[in-house]
Design a protein around this ligand. Structure first.
Ligand code: SF4
Length: 95
């Protein structure tokens, strides 16, 4: 059973990875399983919820929301920079 089933997440019942071997989502380095896990994620109806949740929690392990931990870290940084940019633009509008 996938880790997502054990956590209290409202969208988990629609996860495409339910019933899939957890090992696939926690592949070792240079494992071909990463590609398979990402394919499952790409067809998941709740990929955005899963990705946002993992980024929010700072979860750096495994494939979640179609991204590796490193990719989620980059995405979190991109979102942070985007929010800072938007805040600056908003402050300019008030001048
Ligand atoms: S995006 Fe991937 S890891 Fe997340 S719930 Fe869907 S299939 Fe599972």
């Amino acid at each position: 059973m996938n880790e997502l089933r054990r956590r209290d997440l409202p969208w988990r019942d629609d996860a495409n990875c339910i019933g899939v071997d957890t090992e696939m989502f926690y592949p070792g380095p240079s494992s071909s399983l990463e590609k398979l896990a990402k394919k499952i994620c790409s067809q998941c109806a709740v990929i955005d919820y899963c990705r946002n949740d993992a980024i929010k929690r700072g979860d750096s392990h495994g494939i979640l929301g179609g991204l590796t931990g490193r990719e989620r870290k980059r995405e979190a940084k991109r979102r942070e920079n985007q929010a800072k940019s938007q805040a600056r633009r908003n402050s300019y509008d008030q001048l």
